[in-house]
Ligand binder design. Structure first.
Ligand code: ZN
Length: 150
């Protein structure tokens, strides 16, 4: 599909220039609120879809903050407000975090996704339709142009 994404009236993402996005339906490849609206669309059909925060990147969670002592960060890290980090938990899962503010001995991290609490507006156009291969069904994602992306 070709798509354009607006948040708060501004285009923040689009397939222009990078080419259409291929995805496998029913496997959570794209956000649920958009996928639901696209089911049944035909080739060359286009549509505008509004997606509420709960079906996009979640509601803004006021509890998703954590204070961490500066000593827990690498010494050479330039801790400042707005810095974006990729934190790894004990189980090895990556979590996006943004530094909310910094004091003399700690930093407050905000684990909300940058688009949490935002309503998304998409314009989508179906530019190709095909059945999935067995391998794609097995992997749960589309293999675009023969390239294997995970
Ligand atoms: Zn694969």
């Amino acid at each position: 599909m070709e798509y354009t994404l607006w948040v708060d009236g501004e285009v923040i993402d689009s397939s222009d220039g990078v080419g259409p996005l291929e995805f496998l339906t029913g496997h959570g490849n794209i956000i649920s609120g958009l996928e639901r609206e696209m089911i049944g669309m035909k080739l060359d059909e286009s549509k505008e879809v509004q997606v509420a925060p709960a079906e996009a990147y979640g509601e803004y969670d006021l509890d998703a903050f954590m204070d961490m002592p500066r000593s827990d960060f690498p010494e050479d890290l330039d801790l400042e407000q707005g810095l974006e980090l990729n934190m790894t938990d004990e189980e090895g899962h990556g979590h996006y975090a943004r530094v909310e503010n910094v004091t003399a001995d700690s930093a407050r991290l905000n684990f909300n996704h940058p688009l949490a609490g935002k309503e998304l507006k998409f314009r989508v156009k179906v530019v190709g339709l095909r059945g999935p291969t067995d391998e794609e069904l097995d992997h749960g994602h589309a293999h675009t142009g023969g390239e294997h992306q995970h």
